[in-house]
Design a protein around this ligand. Structure first.
Ligand code: SF4
Ligand code: MG
Length: 332
């Protein structure tokens, strides 16, 4: 299987009070053609920073890629200039975000914003672009696309705006779609419809999708492979079946217990105690989850767990699964 996207040992850091801290700390992953890969973790785990690094959309004055490579279709793209990047972004890879209102321009009609994508990447005439925009809107399930092209973002519901964003993202049939919390801002029924739509267009367009979410329920619905991130690092990686049936990392297990379920009383919903450490407070050694981990052992604050293959295709970074590390050895 050929990789469409490869991220190799990525370190992306942010400037805080004059010092750089890694928000993504040594992440390697690959997304194959037509594959749906889920990236899961609470907010503050580095998921969005990683996707912005891939798209080269990081805020330049306060962040930078410190190390690593981003390879798309066999070519490094992390050091490309704006012009070359613009040719890839929107055409070969596209991104949708949580809040479509902030990505759509409030002063332009829906039609002109979709047409803009065509003008940037194709030679379509104004008339053809309008026609294609209407077809696109219809393909993402928007009724009356002929009138919606003349409307402004505020005239649409949240769900419709997200459909418009999806339409814009797939306008040039990208090979990779990065979807960062695409349904988080929507209510539950609309969420389900948007996920259904994403699945449909993924299959029709034979795209790969990197789906970033804090919700393992969404992952179960959508993904082939799952990567769990905590505090800037990958803590577990597996195919969706192994992850759900044989979760290994204590963090993954807790995320799983916090999936809202219809058959469970609200009071029994478990949530994970504590919060993700902030960048400036990241422990220097040991497991970054140690403060919150119900299984933590004394050595967890000293030895940094390594992401290791536990069973074929299933990797985990937790000392519970490493060969025993005697504490006295460590303390020497
Ligand atoms: Fe918990 Fe220790 Fe495993 Fe970290 S290494 S997840 S603290 S058991
Ligand atoms: Mg995020």
């Amino acid at each position: 299987v050929s990789a469409l996207l490869e991220v190799k040992d990525l370190e992306t850091s942010f400037l805080i009070n004059g010092k750089y801290y890694n928000a993504v700390d040594g992440v390697s992953l690959r997304v194959n053609r037509k594959q749906i890969v889920g990236i899961v973790g609470e907010s503050g785990c580095g998921k969005s920073v990683m996707s912005l690094s891939i798209m080269n959309l990081l805020p330049k004055n306060i962040s930078r890629i410190r190390r690593g490579e981003i390879v798309f279709e066999g070519k490094r793209i992390d050091h490309l200039g704006e012009e070359e990047l613009n040719r890839i972004r929107g055409k070969e890879m596209a991104m949708i975000f949580q809040e479509p209102m902030t990505s759509l321009n409030p002063v332009f009609t829906i039609g002109s914003q979709i047409a803009e994508v065509f003008f940037t990447h194709t030679n379509l005439s104004k008339k053809e672009a309008r026609q294609r925009s209407i077809e696109l809107l219809r393909s993402v399930g928007i009724a009356r696309p002929e009138s919606v092209v003349n409307e402004y973002p505020h005239q649409l519901s949240g769900g419709m705006r997200q459909r418009v964003m999806i339409a814009m993202a797939i306008a040039c049939r990208p090979k990779l779609l990065i979807a960062d919390e695409p349904t988080t801002a929507l209510d539950v029924t609309v969420q389900a419809q948007i996920l259904e739509l994403l699945k449909d267009i993924q299959a029709t367009n034979e795209m790969a999708v990197m789906l970033i979410t804090h919700d393992l329920g969404v992952v179960a619905e959508m993904c082939d492979e799952v990567i769990v991130m905590y505090a800037g690092k990958i803590v577990e990686r597996a195919d969706v079946h192994s992850l759900f049936y044989h979760p290994k990392h204590p963090y993954t297990k807790l995320l799983m217990e916090s999936i809202p379920r219809m058959d469970r009383e609200v009071e029994t919903l478990s949530s994970i105690r504590g919060i993700v450490p902030s960048l400036a407070q990241m422990p220097r050694s040991g497991c970054r989850f140690a403060e919150r981990c119900p299984k933590a052992m004394p050595e967890c604050k000293i030895v940094t767990p390594k992401l290791t293959e536990h069973s074929p295709g299933h990797e985990v970074a937790c000392l519970l699964y490493e060969e025993s590390v005697p504490v006295h050895e460590v303390m020497k």
